[in-house]
Write a protein of this length. Sequence first.
Length: 200
Amino acid sequence: METIGPDWNQRYVEGDTPWDKGTYTPALLEIFAKQLIPTGAEVLVPGCGFGHDARAIADAGYSATGMDIADSAVKGARLAHQDAEGLEFIQANLFDLELPKQKRYGAIWEHTCYCAILPEQRPAYVEAVSNLLEENGLLVGVFFTNTEMPPGEGPPFETSAEEVRSLFSDKFDLLWEKEPDATFPSRVGCEWLMAWQRKA
């Protein structure tokens, strides 16, 4: 699938990355506490940016792969987390149809990737993550449901829990959802946690 939308590499080069908070999202702590990601799962983090979430997942004992389309983000992540164990970063396009032929994952962590792509790309996102998961693999994520952006403008592009349920339900079963217990101060009341299992 052709990549459209912002020039993400240029935004990282210029430091135009307001989504980057310099640390992992606090919502991950709830995911770890509830053990929503199976022990031993290899976890893919698409749109990983500088790799804060991927590092937290690796530090929690999982094998984690951070993936980003922006080469400058991947280089920055590798430099920042070179001391981490069980963690790698790859530069790739989530929509590359060749990726599932190379490797599939037990779980995918979604945070700020879904809201960054154009809304018309969302069905392709669902297809892509489904193809990258092993049978019965999990997609666990925090979705940005109130971006405070004008309708249709972004990134980040707004979504709703209802839209996510509608888009994912053909290929996934919803296991769990709720408002996160903790998040960044600027995102309180703006996010929704979900855990989906890939249908066999």
